[in-house]
Design a protein around this ligand. Structure first.
Ligand code: GAL
Length: 655
């Protein structure tokens, strides 16, 4: 298989004389694929209905002649100024009623019929012109859907939301029941009265908010579907992708992934962040999980610094290579960059590129060339991605639900996901993300950090997984509401109450960091081999009916009460964790969870080093700025700072 290597190429920013140099340099760097046309709408359709494809023909032909494949965009990410000028209602409106203007990008309302009509037509025209072009490798629909505008509160969006609600509920009575509008006199007499949840005096209706989140994710997905349909009228087999943005709250990527042939991701960890390596690994594992056996790519990463953080750290030498291998180890079939050649003008002119402003006599160009050459050799040998053996549950309904206001506490959904992922990562486990509809039977263990919104089926499936021999760990604030936001009757948890052998008597949320009270609680966890353990974020009074208590609260109003439990369920076990344990205690728990299983495929002997298996290859990656020596497969591997060693079986293939 080819490991795709290349980046976003924006030739329209340059004189044609530069294109020839571009292609020569691409060949030098081993570039195998470029993404073109992402922001080309104004150049391809300078006036409504007038298409100017000739320049793109020349780009496509030139790339083809050089043997470079093309990920061709439908060019719909940034509407041209004539569109916003002629159809001002296509501009999006914020929660506070401000209409966003052109002059930047992604300035469109996802429900705008004018934007959708014109975007779909352009996608169709491009597909018709290039569907049979020999350089075409895949279709790149739009770009980073929802990155800047994922929710629109204009009248058009409100009308679209009403239609979505009519399709969902059928009658206004059904909506009133589901949304609980008997509360605060919110009852609607007709669908015409319902609107989007714009800024309001205080807490808005939680089910309206949840439905609006679902609608907004669906609405953008609707544009993707329309563009895909337009492309498919003249190109029915070329694979289709759109670039995701990791753990992106506004879009339910489980639903999106189902529409794509290739999953791709834009991943920009902060080089200054000491947690960057594990956060990036987590994103790679999410993409492999979303792909579920299909190919996935890093569509964009940066060569060095970015320009959109408050301060933008450059990547130390080696980091770009280490992070590229990290993605490949975790299943990526390509690493591409934003962008090929550094712009001289425009809002991203300082953003480094494969060909930097300083030219080819630069450290970064040499690193790009070297990486391209290595990946060219590795490509022929690489096997398919290796799936994970521990599942972490990730669910957008739960994410949207638990981050509303008017709840018992302010909980950051991703904090729990990150914490459990980190513990598994540090232990060298191979990790997949799963959702409530996944086949959990594939996993040795499943961790549910929190599943605030949960259907009865989801709770039942977790119980059935444990019954059948699974090792299930459930965190606090799971099974709290159903999919309508209604509190799960009978004191929360639903059928999990029986699975876990306990019920919740009362919530005792812990103070959020920075508040007057101390934000952690001490735990007595001697049975887990940890002294002086602490928990944060959450605590609650549990009534344990049939479970072993592994840890108890040791301070505060719940002193002596159960904090962590375990119960034998059918052929398996179920743990419940009523707080966010500190990292030591999480490590003990995870060790217990995966004990006697093969979930820990690679014991990580040295902190800061990832050892990841992909087929017969093993990737040993030093994610630190220090040289390290790591024992793997009988070798004492000396790794440079950010050094990478690839093993083929037990033999060193490349260092
Ligand atoms: C991405 C985007 C690119 C470019 C890049 C800069 O969000 O898709 O077009 O803006 O970031 O980091």
């Amino acid at each position: 298989m080819t490991i795709w290597f290349g980046g976003d190429y924006n030739p329209e920013q340059w004189d044609e004389s530069v294109w020839r140099e571009d292609v020569a340099l691409m060949q030098q760097a081993g570039v195998s694929m470029v993404t073109i046309g992402v922001f080309s709408w104004a150049m391809l359709e300078p006036q409504e209905g007038t298409f100017t494809f000739e320049w793109l023909d020349r780009v496509m032909d030139t790339l083809h002649a050089a043997g470079i494949r093309v990920d061709l965009a439908t060019a719909t990410a940034s509407p041209p100024s004539w569109l916003s000028h002629r159809y001002p209602e296509s501009l999006p409106v914020t929660e506070n009623g401000v209409r966003l203007q052109r002059g930047s990008r992604q300035h469109y309302c996802p429900s705008s019929p004018d934007y959708r009509r014109l975007a779909t037509r352009l996608a169709g025209e491009i597909a018709c012109r290039y569907g049979d072009h020999p350089a075409l490798e895949m279709w790149h629909i739009n770009n980073e859907y929802g990155c800047h505008v994922s929710r629109c509160y204009c009248e058009t969006s409100a009308a679209a939301f009403r239609n979505w609600l009519i399709a969902k509920y059928g009658t206004i009575d059904a909506l009133n029941r589901s949304w609980g509008t008997a509360f605060w006199s919110q009852r609607y007499g007709a669908f015409e009265e319902v609107t989007v949840p714009s800024a309001a005096p205080v807490f808005r209706n939680p089910t309206q908010l949840l439905d609006f989140d679902r609608f907004s994710s669906d609405e953008l997905l609707g544009i993707l579907r329309e563009e895909v349909a337009a492309v498919r009228t003249s190109s029915d087999t070329v694979p289709i992708t759109t670039n995701f943005m990791g753990f992106f709250k506004p879009l339910d990527y489980w639903a999106w992934a189902a529409e794509l042939d290739v999953i791709s991701d834009d991943c920009y960890p902060d080089p200054d962040d000491p947690d960057a390596a594990y956060l990036a690994a987590m994103t790679r594992d999410l993409m492999r999980s979303l792909a579920d056996g299909k190919p996935w790519l890093v569509m964009e990463q940066s060569v060095g610094a970015v320009t959109w953080r408050t301060s933008n750290a450059a990547k130390p030498e080696g980091m770009m290579r280490a992070w590229s291998y990290q993605a490949i180890a975790r299943g990526a079939d390509g690493v591409l960059f934003f962008q090929w050649r550094q712009s001289e003008r425009g809002a991203e002119r300082f953003l480094p590129a494969m060909v930097p402003h300083t030219g080819t006599d630069s450290v970064s160009w040499k690193a790009i060339r070297a990486l391209g050459a290595e990946l060219g050799k590795l490509g022929g040998q690489l096997e398919a991605a290796t799936p994970g053996s521990v599942g972490i549950m990730l669910d957008w309904d739960a994410w949207w639900g638990i981050e509303q206001s008017g709840l018992p506490s302010t909980i950051d959904y991703m904090e729990g996901v990150r914490a459990w992922y980190r513990t598994l990562y540090d232990l060298g486990a191979s990790i997949d993300f799963v959702n409530p509809r996944s086949d959990l039977g594939r996993y040795t263990a499943v961790i549910v950090p929190t599943l605030f919104v949960a259907t009865g089926e989801a709770l039942g499936a977790l119980g059935a997984y444990a019954e059948a021999g699974g090792r299930l760990l459930v965190g606090y604030q799971s099974g709290i509401t159903d999919e309508e936001g209604r509190l799960t009757p009978g004191g929360y948890l639903g059928s999990l109450s029986e699975t876990l052998g306990l019920r919740i008597d009362e919530f005792f949320p812990l103070p959020v960091p920075g508040s007057v009270a101390t934000d952690s609680v001490r735990l007595r966890a001697n049975d887990l081999g940890v002294r002086d353990a602490t928990g944060s974020v959450w605590s609650e009074r549990l009534v344990v009916t049939d479970a072993e208590v592994l840890a108890r609260f040791a301070t505060g109003p719940l002193e002596g009460g159960a904090a962590i439990t375990r119960r034998a369920v059918g052929a398996g076990h179920a743990w419940y964790v009523a707080t966010l344990p500190d990292s030591w205690l999480r490590a003990r728990l995870v060790a217990q969870l995966v004990a006697d299983t093969s979930a820990l495929t690679e014991a990580v002997a040295v902190t800061g080093v990832e050892v990841v298996r992909r087929g017969r290859h093993r990737f040993v990656i030093n994610q630190t700025a220090s040289p390290l020596t790591v024992p793997v497969a009988g070798h004492a591997l000396a790794l440079d700072p950010y050094g990478v060693v690839v093993l083929d079986g037990d033999e060193v293939w490349r260092r």
